[in-house]
Unconditional design. Sequence first.
Length: 69
Amino acid sequence: MEFLKALCFGAYTNPYEAASRRAYRDVNRTIRFGDLEVTARETIRKIIYEKLKTEIISKNAEKTNADGI
């Protein structure tokens, strides 16, 4: 499993950031940002990271509460 994670996300220490970077790259290939400045792209990347992190933590908390743990 670690091998597959490394193939998909590369070397990482923060799984939330690694997942958000992967998601950003996927979106970046799909949506054409045109002449968007580098700083604007970095802002979008940071927003994706924070949103993903918040959602994952929220879903984990919901699952934990539903399981009664």
